[in-house]
Write a protein that binds this ligand. Structure first.
Ligand code: G1P
Ligand code: ZN
Length: 543
């Protein structure tokens, strides 16, 4: 087989965002696009020669074709071995685990996470480093720099490999190992959780539904929940991954997982409901009649993780992204463990986990995880909840009521203004930034600002400073709002406005969330001028 060296020119718009490079699928399909980016990755990490990688994706449209290109390029760049999921499928947490298990030099994950899939939808490609986590900023910056200078790429002239059967095959001098995507991941879960206890709870009549949203966790949830744990057939909904996720948004939140939400709010609700996203790293947890916000879920898991065998020794600490509510801080303070506030994006947790400073991490955007891998992990969160429920033998609602009575409740909601013209979104943030230092002490819609700043993070392990990570405004009466621009959108800019209001242990915890947040919401609307600037009086999505 012959290696071709193809002359190429830099392509605009290959700057990786919060979680890798994410663009419209057609852009990725343009001639040379994937090739340029993949060559830039190899160039940025000092070449692929002699290296081993993991490759897999969430099965969305163009996944299979992009993987064939990556394999041919890895071979032509001198890689010795690539481990690839059967049929090109690997959930993001399973890919992270395989990188760590086999000690590879990293991996490439193909996904646009919870964004819809299809020729007119979204695609993504992300490089993870040898610790199994998303490349840190210095690496993504280096990759971006190489996309600007790349002038040729190396690719093997060869046909497509058949990835449908596990086993080893050769591609030039490189070995391609096709592996069952579920097996090693399931084995890891069995070391962390008490499968016997969960199995008994299910055998005793505890009921659940898991919505895989036509995405990658279908096979994982089938094998673990219906297989190993013995839940009845039909427990996993939408279990077969499809290239366009059944035409939906594989985003596990009350808006996009509406069918499951409706079931959970009905008379026929099972004891527990959960959903995961396109690539299996996000989760939604719902009890009978009660949605659990991701911020609360992180706090509950932090307070109860020791009930699962994998965390019986207690937690080193807990980290949350800055816009995530402060509920997990309250737990950490009470049980006396470290807590950290990091910028948005899972990559910021990597150093804290590697250094053993924290055990659990979470983001308000339905991501929760631990030091078992270096990605957030949807099914892991579901299993930890189930393990806790099997130990405590109470309902999800009772766990929450008890939690709020102990720590207080952080009412929480995120309001998204989608596809705002970028210059308007930038102007809104710039205007606000210019006024930040004057805000303290002023009142807006009856709420007095106690502090306002722009979040800047210094990594406690390597000292890297990440500035401009979002604007934080706190109000008297323990309310807080965060404003930031999304780094994962593919059309215009998404403005995210995060709202929270604390209610202490003795307060009423049964209020409607949006009502409990009306004060801070009105104040932020007035401060930011969002309606005037964007012409929108309502957000597009409230989660
Ligand atoms: C969003 C979430 C963020 C998450 C990222 C990748 O990023 O807000 O928490 O890490 O997706 O899943 P954003 O679009 O806000 O930049
Ligand atoms: Zn995801």
């Amino acid at each position: 087989m012959k290696t071709e060296i193809v002359t190429t020119k830099p392509i605009e718009g290959q700057k990786p965002g919060t979680s890798g490079l994410r663009k419209k699928t057609r852009m990725f399909m343009a001639p040379g696009y994937v090739e340029n980016f993949v060559q830039a990755i190899f160039n940025a990490i000092g070449g692929a020669a002699g290296k081993t990688f993991v490759v897999g994706g969430d099965g969305r449209f163009f996944n299979a074709a992009a993987i064939q290109t990556i394999l041919r390029m890895a071979a032509a760049n001198g890689a010795v071995r690539v481990i690839v999921g059967q049929n090109g499928l690997l959930s993001t947490p399973a890919a992270s685990h395989l990188i760590r298990l086999h000690g590879t030099d990293g991996g490439m994950i193909l996904s646009a996470s919870h964004n819809p899939g299809g020729v007119d939808q979204d695609f993504g490609l992300k490089f993870n480093t040898a610790n199994g986590g998303p490349a840190p900023e210095n690496v993504t910056e280096a990759i971006f720099a190489h996309t600007r200078t790349v002038d040729s790429y190396r690719i093997l002239k060869s046909g497509d490999l058949d990835l449908s059967t596990p086993g080893a095959q050769s591609l030039g001098t490189m070995t391609v190992d096709v592996v069952d995507p579920v097996q090693d991941y399931q084995a890891l879960m069995e070391t962390l959780f008490d499968f016997d206890k969960i199995r008994k709870m299910l055998a005793n009549g505890f009921t659940l539904r898991f919505d895989a949203m036509h995405a990658v966790t279908g096979p994982y949830a089938k094998a673990v929940l219906e297989g190993a744990l013995g839940a009845p057939d039909g427990t996993v909904l939408n279990a077969i991954p499809s290239e366009d996720f059944g035409g939906g948004h594989p985003d596990p939140n009350p808006v996009w997982a509406k069918t499951l939400m409706d079931l959970m709010m009905s008379e026929a609700a099972p004891d527990f409901g959960a959903a995961s996203d396109g690539d299996g790293d996000r989760n939604m947890i719902v009890g009978r009649g009660l949605y659990i916000t991701p911020s609360d879920s992180l706090a509950v898991l932090a307070a109860n993780a020791h009930l699962a065998p994998g965390y019986a020794a207690g937690l080193a600490g807990v980290a949350r992204s800055m816009p995530t509510s402060r509920a997990s801080d309250r737990v950490a303070e009470r049980i006396g463990i470290r807590h950290y506030e990091t910028p948005t994006g899972w990559k910021f947790f990597g150093n804290l986990l590697d250094a053993g400073l924290v055990t659990l991490c979470g983001e308000e955007s339905a991501g929760t995880g631990s030091d078992h891998v270096r990605e957030k992990d949807g099914l892991w969160a579901v299993l930890l909840w189930l393990n806790i429920l099997a130990e405590r033998k109470v309902s999800v609602a009772e766990i929450m009521t008890d939690h709020w009575r102990t720590y207080g409740r952080d009412y929480y909601s995120r309001h998204d203004y989608e596809a705002v013209p970028s210059e308007i979104a930038e102007r809104l943030m710039a205007d606000l930034r210019a006024r930040l230092t004057d805000l303290a002490g002023q009142s807006f819609a009856g709420q007095t600002v106690s502090a306002a700043d722009e979040f800047s993070y210094t990594d406690p392990v390597d000292g890297t400073v990440s500035s401009n990570q979002g604007i934080r405004i706190t109000f008297e009466g323990d309310a807080r709002s965060v404003l930031r621009l999304s780094g994962t959108g593919t059309e215009g800019t998404t403005l995210r406005v995060y709202l929270e209001q604390y209610a202490p242990p003795s307060a009423d915890h049964k209020r409607h969330t949006q009502e409990a947040l009306i004060g801070v919401r009105n104040a932020v609307a007035e401060i930011s001028g969002v309606a005037t600037l964007t012409g929108r009086t309502q957000p597009d999505v409230m989660t």
